[in-house]
Design a protein around this ligand. Structure first.
Ligand code: SF4
Length: 280
């Protein structure tokens, strides 16, 4: 067995959270620059310029990319030959969130109860998904997921014989209705199949894909390209000011589903797209 100290995990997670809050991902920056070259709408272009300036200012380390420092979502791939020493993995991860919030002076964004709304004061708890993997590595996808774009997300249980076009209509209508409020240009994760609890998780997982990468499955990739075109034809544009760049990418993850069901989940992500992958 390989032993990993809980303290090391806490420190790695804290650094990851601070890093994603202050430094735009290179693939997102490249896509925003490409969008600036392609966007014809003057207000859309101005918005893209402001987003790039904002990213440059955030990199100085004083103010983060966005005041909403998000819910921390962690996908933890845990090697079956790994033993965590000193605390549980869960405790180590949550301690990393606390440390990052304190050191990065991040806004406190988590209400401990959905109705009474008291603030946890340190951005815990993070939402953590655990997956066992073979080997001795601990891989963590760490995401800061904004509240506004999460609110734009939705899911439906469509009839099993809904056509590809019908599935597409549902997804495009979600963006038509909610997209402008989610700080576009958007990164859109879609979960297709599974069941009522797994389709949204597939959609979140779809956001882990590098921007610009399409599914290795040709049929899925074809739908991703069609949806990206249709969403960009909506005219919402950067920050909702009108234009041809409403989304930077559409990623779909699929899973087998019941013969009576066709679950579809749309997880909307904003241009900040604060996500990183670390391996311990
Ligand atoms: S949707 Fe994203 S960019 Fe907009 S306020 Fe929320 S975290 Fe910030």
């Amino acid at each position: 067995m390989r032993e990993i100290q809980a303290e090391e995990i806490t420190s790695v997670v804290a650094e990851a959270i601070k890093n994603i809050n202050f430094h735009i991902r290179p693939d997102v920056k490249a896509e925003l620059q490409r969008a600036l070259e392609e966007e014809a709408s003057p207000l859309g272009r101005q918005s893209l310029q402001l987003l790039l300036e904002n990213a440059q200012m955030a990199a100085a380390g004083v103010l983060p990319l966005c005041q909403d420092t998000g819910t921390t979502v962690i996908f933890a791939e845990v090697g079956q030959e790994v033993r965590i020493v000193g605390a549980s993995l869960e405790e180590a991860l949550q301690a990393g969130v606390r440390l990052a919030t304190r050191e990065g002076r991040l806004r406190h964004s988590i209400a401990v109860h959905p109705l009474s709304r008291g603030n946890s004061g340190d951005n815990t708890p993070a939402v953590v998904h655990y997956h066992p993997i073979p080997g001795k590595a601990l891989k963590l996808f760490v995401m800061a997921k904004g509240g506004g774009c999460e609110n734009a997300s939705a899911m439906a249980m469509l009839p099993p014989l809904a056509s590809r076009h019908g599935v597409g209509d549902y997804i495009v209508n979600i963006i038509r209705t909610n997209g402008a409020a989610a700080c576009p240009p958007l990164i859109i994760g879609i979960g297709l199949g599974g069941n009522f609890e797994t389709a949204p998780l597939l959609a979140k997982r779809a956001l882990l894909r590098k921007i610009g990468e399409f599914s290795p499955d040709p049929e899925t990739a074809k739908l991703e390209k069609v949806l990206l075109r249709r969403i960009n034809e909506l005219g919402i544009g950067p920050q909702g000011w009108g234009g041809s760049i409403t989304a930077l990418s559409v990623s779909i993850e699929t899973a087998p589903c019941h013969i009576a069901s066709l679950p579809v989940a749309v997880n909307v992500e904003c241009h900040s797209h604060r996500l990183t992958e670390v391996k311990i």
